[in-house]
Design a protein around this ligand. Sequence first.
Ligand code: PLP
Length: 236
Amino acid sequence: MSSIQQNIEHITSQIADVQQKCGRARDSVQLLAVSKTKPNQAILDAAKAGQTRFGENYVQEGVDKVQYFQTNHPELDLEWHFIGPIQSNKTRLVAEHFDWVHTIDREKIAQRLNDQRPQHLPPLQVLIQVNISDEASKSGVEPQQIFDLAQLISSLPSLTLRGLMSIPANVDNHQQQLETFKQLAALQTQLGEQYAHIDTLSMGMSGDMDAAIEAGSTMVRIGTAIFGARDYSSKA
Ligand SMILES: *Cc1c(COP(=O)(O)O)cnc(C)c1O
C-alpha cells in the first residue's frame, strides 16, 4: 500500500472518530483531497484508495488534471472542486471543467460562471467564500454580504448554491478555531432557512480539521495530511 493510501485510511478513520465523539451521524463529513501542486500519479494513488473528490487551486493546473483523468481514467469518475481565488478572465475554464466552485466572492464571478457554464453539463455546484476571521486576507465576502450574493446566485439557472466556505486565520488553539468555525456554522444555518439545497459547509484543513468537524463542517479540505508537504518552487 502506498503512503498516500495509508494517509487516506488514517484521515478517514480520524474523521469517523471525531464525528462519533461529538455525536454526529456517520458519513456526515466528506473528504476533499486537495491535490494542488501534486502530480497525476499522486491523484491516481488516492483514487485507488477510493477517494473520488479532488480540490485544485490553480486554474490551468486543475484543467490539465481534469482533462488527463477524463481521457485516461474515465472509469474513476472523479469529482473536481475549484478552491482557489478566481480572476474574471479565468471563469470560462472553471465553468467548462469543474463540478464545484468553493470560492465565489463577488457577483461578477457568479454571473460569468453562470453564463459560461456549458448547457450540456449539470449546474455548477457553488459555495460562497466568507471572510470569517482573517482581516489580513481580502478573500471572501463579509458575513453581512452573504445574503445579497446568495440572492443573485439563486436566480442563476446554471449555478446551484450549496452553502458556505471559509479559510480562517491560521491559529493552533483548538478553542479559538472552534469559536470561528461556529460563527460560520451559524451563518450556514441562517442561509439554510432561506434557500433549498443548502447542505455543504466547507471548512477544516490539515491543521484544524477536528475543530471544524466539531463545529459542523460537512466537507474538510485536506492536502498536506494526504499528499505530504507541497513544493512551490515551480510556481514562483
Ligand atoms: C491548500 C488548501 C487546502 C489544504 O491545506 P492543507 O493544510 O495542506 O490541508 C485547503 N483549502 C484550501 C482553500 C487550500 O488552498
